[in-house]
Write a protein that binds this ligand. Structure first.
Ligand code: B12
Ligand code: SF4
Length: 513
């Protein structure tokens, strides 16, 4: 019996930008007595069915975007006589779906770190349950990934998680419902140990795959103090101190390391936090800007963000303090108008952000937007290829619409074309070259250009295009670009690297509290 872990994907690029962390965490959670799991990441290459044998255990992790491919893999594996188990955010939200159409024997909801060993043991003992609840484990229980199993020359960035959960409640996001609103920080010494191991292996670029690296804002603290809520103040200060402690430890790592994370825009008013990020070599962050207008932000329950000139200033603050921004914008909000696209493109340039992504509003299950939308669709909703539109992820990609909520003034095609136009303008050669001045050397500037083009190719061209021939062409182009790009991320392994001195130094925390 072998354990397989498969990350499904319709598009394979030969090279991956970021390691899918769950594969290597579940590999670490697989007891040694079953041998090393066979790992297949289909964002690199598609699986060969004959790798799966009768009696194997096959774990498939799905988010909504790759659920359909995941279901096909599950059916294939079951037909070959394997035991099929699903997990991941989509399986957590719709545990019955893999059981009904994905050939699943079992589905794991929530965190897999602790429960995975029980699932395998139950399968082998013939006592499999159909649904397991892995729950929301505490930070100390998060399992460190088995990076020794990752292919050496395939990924640009490794991924390490430092906290799960997010206290916000944005209407388009499911994280606060699945991972919870209470941040669950991981023990900082364990994070550091995993990062040191990665650097020893030759990874120097690391994505901190957190829901929100900045779980306590100054505003949260201000409110708790205003309410004289002592317990809350202590809790928030504790989490905040833990963040600074982690960053202090990261700052002791080799200076060639580069970290990237995801944070809310509120971090831009917390310059002490930004300075600590810079010292910790956290050189960039995905910031959910979402909309450039106040009405748009209200529509997505994100009115803690700023708009207009204040937004530009706030985003510039990140860069002034040494943190590059990958701004994430959503198009297709009910408040968007024809001129919103050009205004957003203009704002992204003015705000001097280093990278940007422009996504079309998608009602992801588990979100407030989805609940509202599903209710509006009613029982007799539109069906495509026999699938109700409220289960859009099950509609074959070739006929799946790109937008789901009719817009008051624009057609879906118009929104798609205008979104594509904003990508084109932000990633034109001229615009990228101008932005590349943030890198000091000519070689660095050329690398920046390559990476920008690859980013656009992978995320915009394969995602927004409706025509499958164009998508295939874009995938081929991305495969071609990815090879030289990955070379830029290569680093010499440092097998001798020691763990930095990590003893707790309370005095260093005092000024921040
Ligand atoms: C880092 C990250 C990214 C990174 C890296 C992706 C990568 N290569 O790993 C980047 C920035 C590239 C990215 C891109 C996107 N992402 Co993203 N991403 C995340 C984030 C913040 C963390 C994922 C992570 O690594 N977590 C750490 C691992 C260990 O946790 P995990 O994957 O949940 O796995 C645990 C359990 O789920 C379970 N489990 C998982 N699989 C399995 C399998 C088995 C068999 C078992 C037993 C258990 C199990 O056990 C694991 C350990 O506890 C999540 C948020 C989240 N909370 O999931 C969003 C998230 C997954 N992303 C999301 C989205 C929407 C996207 C994009 C579509 C965004 C966009 N519009 O472009 C793209 C899609 C990219 C793609 N094609 O896959 C959504 C998905 C929503 C949904 N319903 O599917 C999430 C949930 C964020 C959100 N705001 O809602 N993402
Ligand atoms: S979008 Fe970001 S800030 Fe909003 S709930 Fe999701 S993780 Fe939190």
């Amino acid at each position: 019996m072998r354990v397989h872990l498969i990350n499904p994907s319709d598009s394979s690029f030969g090279i991956g930008v970021i390691t899918p962390r769950w594969l290597y965490v579940l590999a670490a959670a697989t007891p040694a007595k079953y041998g090393d799991p066979v790992i297949t990441d289909e964002t690199l290459e598609q699986i060969q069915p004959n790798q799966i044998q009768f009696g194997d255990v096959v774990g498939i992790g799905i988010h909504t975007g790759n659920a359909l491919r995941g279901m096909a893999l599950g059916r294939m594996a079951r037909e070959r006589g394997a035991y099929v188990v699903y997990g991941g955010i989509h399986a957590t939200l719709y545990p019955n779906e893999p059981l009904e159409i994905g050939g699943a024997h079992a589905v794991v909801k929530g965190d897999g770190d602790v429960i995975w060993r029980k699932v395998i043991a139950d399968i082998l003992a013939g006592t499999t349950q159909t649904i397991y609840d892995g729950g929301r484990i505490s930070g100390e229980q998060f399992v460190a990934a088995r990076w020794d199993l990752a292919p050496k020359d395939k990924y640009m960035w490794a991924s390490v998680q430092t906290v799960r959960g997010c206290p916000k409640h944005c209407s388009f996001c499911s994280v606060w419902r699945t991972d919870g609103q209470k941040p669950r920080p991981r023990t900082s010494d364990l994070i550091l140990k995993e990062i040191v191991d990665l650097r020893r292996l030759g990874y120097r670029f690391i994505a901190l795959a957190d829901d929100n690296f900045y779980p306590v804002s100054l505003e949260d603290l201000r409110l708790a103090r205003q309410q004289h809520n002592t317990a809350r103040i202590e809790e928030l200060e504790g989490i905040r101190a833990e963040r600074f402690e982690l960053m202090r430890k990261l700052s002791q790592l080799p200076r060639d390391m580069v970290f990237f994370t995801q944070i809310t825009m509120e971090a831009g008013e917390d310059v002490q936090f930004l300075d600590a990020m810079r010292k910790a070599n956290i050189k960039g962050a995905l910031v959910g800007v979402e909309s450039a207008t106040a009405e748009g932000l209200k529509a997505v329950f994100k009115d803690f963000n700023l708009s207009g000139d204040n937004l530009v200033k706030r985003l510039q603050t990140f860069k002034e303090h040494g943190v590059h921004v990958l701004g994430s914008f959503i198009f297709g909000l009910s408040t968007d108008r024809e001129d919103t696209f050009a205004a957003t493109a203009e704002l992204a340039k003015r705000a001097d952000i280093t990278f940007a992504q422009f996504v079309m509003l998608t009602p992801f299950p588990g979100t407030v937007d989805f609940d509202r939308w599903e209710k509006n669709q009613g029982e007799d909703c539109v069906r495509i290829a026999g699938i109700p539109i409220t289960r859009h992820w099950l509609i074959p990609a070739a006929v799946r619409p790109k937008m789901f909520s009719p817009h008051g003034t624009m057609s879906s095609d118009e929104i798609r074309e205008r979104t594509q136009g904003v990508w084109d303008s932000f990633y034109s050669l001229h615009a990228i070259w101008k932005r590349s001045k943030c890198v000091p050397t000519l070689r660095g500037r050329l690398a920046f250009m390559f990476i920008s083009k690859l980013y656009r190719q992978m995320y915009a061209k394969t995602g927004i295009s409706t025509d499958s021939a164009r998508r295939q062409k874009a995938t081929r182009m991305a495969r071609w670009l990815a090879v030289p790009c990955r070379k830029l991320f290569e680093a010499k392994p440092m097998p001798e690297l020691k763990m930095p001195e990590t003893e707790y130094a309370p005095s260093t925390l005092l000024p921040i509290l």
